[in-house]
Ligand binder design. Sequence first.
Ligand code: ADP
Ligand code: ZN
Length: 661
Amino acid sequence: MTVLEVAVPIPINKMFYYLPLSNVKLEDIIGRRVKVPFGKKVLTAYAISYINIKNINTLKLKRIIKIIDNDNLITEEAIKLSKYISENYVCSLGEALSSVIPTSMKPSKKISENKSTEKKVKHRKCILNTQQNNAVNSINKTLSKNVYSSFLIHGVTGSGKTEVYINAIEYALKQNRSTIMLIPDISLTTQFLDIITARFNKNIGIWHSGISNNEKYDLFLKAINGDVKIIIGARSAVFTPFKNLGLIIIDEEHEHTYKQVQKPSYDTREIAKWRCKYQNAVVILGSATPSLESYKDAIDKKINLIELNKRIDNKELPEVKVLTLENRTFKTSSFLPETIKAISKVLARKEQIIVFLNRRGYSSTLICRKCNSIYQCPRCSISMVFHKNPDLLKCHYCGNTEYLPAPCSVCKCKDVTIFGSGTQKIEDELKKLFKHARIFRLDSDTASSNKNYEKAYNGIKNEEYDILLGTQMVAKGFDFPKVSLVCIIDADTSLYIPDFKSIEKTFQLITQVAGRTGRGYAKGNVIVQTNYPQHYAIEYAKKHDFKSFYKIEIEQRKKLSYPPFCDIAKISIKNKKMEKVDEDSEKLFFSLKDLVIKYKLELEILGPVSAYIAKLNNIYRKYIIIKGDRNNILKLTEFLENFKQSVGTFIGIEIMPSDLI
Ligand code: ADP
Ligand code: ZN
C-alpha cells in the first residue's frame, strides 16, 4: 500500500499521511503542492515523499483532494532549508515550507511575460573608482573559486554600492550563475529595476507582495528552469529557487524589514547565508549604517569587510545642521524659521527638497483642553491619529476609525484640540508657506498601490515636483541628483521608544535620510529638528561618524547584555482577558525558570512585562524575554509545547526579534 508523506502548514511538527489519487502517477504528486482534507478544513500542503506500508488500516487514512501544481516545485534544497527554519525558528516543517514555497501561488494557463522586460532605459557603464574596483575584485575572486563567502560592504551614502553589486552580478552571469538582489522596501523596486534592466536587459524578474499569485508561480518556475537569472525583490525573494545561485545581495542590510515578524520569524540574512553555503555562493550585505550585529561580525572577522569611505567623484557628504525644537505649542508651525529660509533658497535655485517625518496622518493626537486626556483607541492602548479629508480618527495599529466631531473620551466635553504633526499637516503647512511649490506626499496612506511609488520616483527624477514629503519611505536608498536639501521635521520620534534598538534605529534613520542629498552637482544640506541636540545618536549622525557611534553603542549592548552579545527570544502571551494574560504569563515564567534550573541551562528569563502597546485590537499582551545562547534557547522552547495555558490564550515565540516592544 503506497501512502503519501505530506507536510501541512499547521503548528504540529510531524508528517501526515494521505492516500494518493488513484489515477495519477506518483511522480506527478511528489514534489508538488496538494489540497488535503484536514479536520473540517481543506488545506494547501506539500507532498514530500511516499512510503510503502503493509499492515495499515487504510480506512482511517483520507485521500488527497487534488494536485495544485503542474510542475515539481519542491526541490531538495527547499526541504532542507525548511528543516533548518523549523529547527531554528520554532515552527513545523509545513509552516516553514509555506514561506519557502508560498501556498498562495497559482499555476496559470498562459505564461505571462514578466513586466520587467518591457522597460528600456539607458544606463551608462561607469568607470569604477579605485575603491569600487578593489571591492569588485575581491568579490569576483571568491565567485571564481565557487566557494561560500560573505561580505559586508560598509559604504557611505552615495559611495556607489549599486555599481559594485552590478559588476558582481555581471561576473556571476558570465559563470552562468543567478543572483537574488534584495531590497528593504518595495518603493525601491523601480529604481533598481531601471538600473539592472539597463545593464542586463533580459532574464530579470521582480518579486514582492504586489505581484499576482499567477505571476509568482510563473516566476518560480522560470527560476527553477533557469529562464530568469536575476530576481529583484523584498524579503521573501530570498527563497527564489535558483539551482545555480551565484550571489545573494542584501542592500540596506540593517533594515528591520528583513526580519519576518510572523511565524516563521526568520531573519533574511541568516537564510541568505544558509542558501549560499548550500550552493557555494557569495552573500553581500551592504549598508551605510550596518547593523551592530553585522559590523561586529566584520570586526570579529566572521565576514569580510569592504569599506567605501568616499562618495563618488569625491563629492562631499552633506553638511548637517541640528536645530533645537523649543517651546513648541499647539499653534506654532512645524518648521523652525531657519528651516523655512533654507527651503525658500533651494526652491529659488530650482533644486529639490526631501521633507521627512516619521508619522503619517494629520496630527498625532486629539487632546482635551479641559481634562488634558488624550483620545485613545477603544481597542488599543495607544492614541488615535487625526486624519483630514475625510476628517476622522484612525488607529494606526488596528485600523479602527471614528468620525468627527468626537467628544473627549474621558470627560465627554466637546472642547478638544489637535496636537503634534503628521505628514498631512506638514503638507498643508508647506502649501501655505510655499504657494508655488509642487509637492508629492509619499506615505502608506498615499502609497497603497505600487503605482504611487513609481509616480513619486519618476516625478522627482523628471523634476515634475519640487518637494518630496514622506515617512520612512523617502528615507531609503533613493538616488536623486537634484535633491540638495533634506529636512527632518522631528528626529526624536523613534529615540525614546523603550527598546534596545531605538537609538541605533534613530542613528540609522538620520544618516540614511541625510544621505539622500548632495548626490548630484550641488552640495547637499541637511536640517535636523530635534529636542535633544546633544544626544550621541544625533551628534554622530551629524558628523557622519558611524565608527564612533558603533563604539559607544556596542559598549551599551555589552553592558546590558543584548545582541550581538547574546541571543534572545521573545515569548508573547495574548488573551482577550487581562487576568488570563497575567495568570498565564506568571505561570509560564515560573515553569521556564524551573526548567532552566532543572536542566542547568545558562539562560536568563526576564519579565513578564506588558507590551509597549499593552492592549492591541482588544487583546492584552505580555512578553517574557529569554536571553542566552541560541541552542539553549531552542532547547527551552521545546518544552513550551507541553505548557498548558488557559482557554483563549495564545503563546507565540519569536527568535531573535528585531525589537522588544
Ligand atoms: P549608494 O548606494 O552607495 O548610496 P549609488 O550606488 O546610488 O550609491 O551611487 C550614487 C551615484 O553615483 C549613482 O547615481 C551612480 O550612478 C553614480 N556612480 C556610481 N559609481 C560611479 C562611478 N564609478 N563613476 C561615476 N558615477 C558613479
Ligand atoms: Zn486600535
